[in-house]
Structure formats: structure tokens, C-alpha cells
Design a binder for this molecule. Structure first.
Ligand SMILES: C[S@@+](CC[C@H](N)C(=O)[O-])C[C@H]1O[C@@H](n2cnc3c(N)ncnc32)[C@H](O)[C@@H]1O
Length: 203
């Protein structure tokens, strides 16, 4: 969290994230982002056709990641995996496919409507090694050393307290576990005024 943010500004960012992802959950990812989403986004980010072909178009359409966590490391059959900020759950479902019946995947997201959308995709696919739940990256509702690997795609840039979110990620990873995190980086200056910075957070 930026030390100069007031409580009002923090609440404004929280509300902005909730409203944006309520809209995405209701309308689908298609018209809500300035970057490619859905199957086209996955192809641009280098998800293999071997993976993509396992999922129906309606499920793939919900992808709104900004990179490809699976390009950063491997998941093993039998792994326990947490997807932080799973959104509508496309990466969680990909991970479930990779860890197989002996593994398990938890998708966690702060926006309840996105979790509902992920559960709808899960029901469509009938996988039994994935669950979805509501929760925050900054306060993960899991014991220490619960997961072999963490994936996350386009989420840490949105968190209000990045130090806390990273400490939580480290806490729930087993020793030697892997954090495979894709996100955006800032390449241009933010608006100079504080109100502009707050507005920019969740665009
Ligand atoms: C750009 S979307 C990415 C969704 C998904 N990872 C994907 O690749 O399709 C960002 C997601 O992060 C979630 N999010 C934002 N802040 C969060 C936080 N502090 N903790 C958990 N999830 C968060 C939003 O609700 C939204 O679903």
C-alpha cells in the first residue's frame, strides 16, 4: 500500500476493483479490457494448443490474464496448487488438468461474482480436483506450507499491500515451492495527482 494513501482512497480502490470485476463477471471479459482476452489472449501469451484444446470456447472466453504463468515453471502430477486472483478460473482449470486426479487446485478471488463464474465453468467441466473460494491475496485463508506451487495472472498489480501479499504467498508455499506469477509493469508515468493515481489503479 502506498504510504501516502488515505483510508478514503483505499476504500475507493477496493470499490473500483469490485465494481470492475462485478461488470466482468456479468458481461464476460470481451469488452472490459484494453488487452486481448479469451482464447485469442491465451494464444498470444503462448498457451499451447495441447492445453487449450481441453476446454470449450465458453470457458476460454473468460480468460483475462496478462501473461502465462505456466511458461515460468512446471506443475507436477499430484501437486497442490493455489491460483491467487483466479477470476473466472481459466488458469485454475488448466492447472487442474496438469496436476491430474492426484493433485488439487484452489482458485481464490476477492470478487464473489468472479468466483461464481468460475464455479459455473467448473460445473460445466465436471472436474473434481478444483475448488473456488472468495478471499484476499493479502490474507490467504490457508495454513503455512499448504501448496507446492502458486500461480497468479494479472492480480498483484491490483493488490493494495504488495509486501503483505508476497509474504502471504511465501507463507503458504512449501519449502522449495514455486511462485509462478505473471503481471503488468509500469512503463509510463502515472498521472501526477493523487486522484488520478487512484482512478488509474483499476482501469
Ligand atoms: C485481470 S483479472 C485476472 C483473472 C485471472 N487470473 C485470469 O487470468 O483470467 C484480476 C482478478 O484479480 C482479482 N483481485 C483483485 N485484487 C485482489 C486481491 N487483493 N486478492 C485476490 N484477488 C484479487 C479480481 O477480482 C480479478 O478477478
Amino acid at each position: 500500500m502506498s504510504p501516502e494513501m488515505t483510508e478514503t482512497e483505499i476504500q475507493k480502490v477496493r470499490q473500483g476493483i469490485k465494481e470492475k470485476y462485478d461488470r466482468v463477471a456479468a458481461a464476460g471479459a470481451g469488452d472490459c479490457f484494453q488487452f486481448p482476452t479469451g482464447k485469442a489472449g491465451m494464444e498470444i501469451q503462448g498457451y499451447s494448443q495441447e492445453l487449450i484444446k481441453n476446454f470449450p470456447p465458453e470457458v476460454l472466453a473468460d480468460f483475462c490474464g496478462v501473461g502465462n504463468p505456466f511458461s515460468l515453471g512446471h506443475l507436477n502430477p499430484g501437486d497442490a496448487v493455489l491460483d491467487i486472483g483466479c477470476g473466472a478460473g481459466v488458469d485454475s482449470l488448466v492447472a487442474a488438468h496438469l496436476v491430474g486426479a492426484g493433485g488439487r487446485v484452489v482458485g481464490l478471488d476477492v470478487t464473489a461474482a468472479m468466483v461464481e463464474r468460475a464455479r459455473a465453468s467448473l460445473a460445466r467441466l465436471g472436474l473434481v480436483n478444483v475448488t473456488f473460494q472468495v478471499g484476499e491475496a493479502e490474507a490467504l485463508p490457508f495454513p503455512d506450507a499448504a501448496f507446492d506451487a502458486l500461480i497468479s495472472n494479472g492480480v498483484f498489480n491490483l493488490t493494495l499491500n504488495k509486501d503483505k501479499a508476497l509474504k502471504e504467498a511465501h507463507r503458504v508455499l512449501k519449502p522449495g515451492g514455486r511462485l509462478m506469477l505473471a503481471d503488468m509493469v509500469l512503463v509510463a508515468a502515472l498521472p501526477p495527482d493523487q486522484a488520478g493515481k487512484v482512478e488509474n489503479w483499476f482501469q
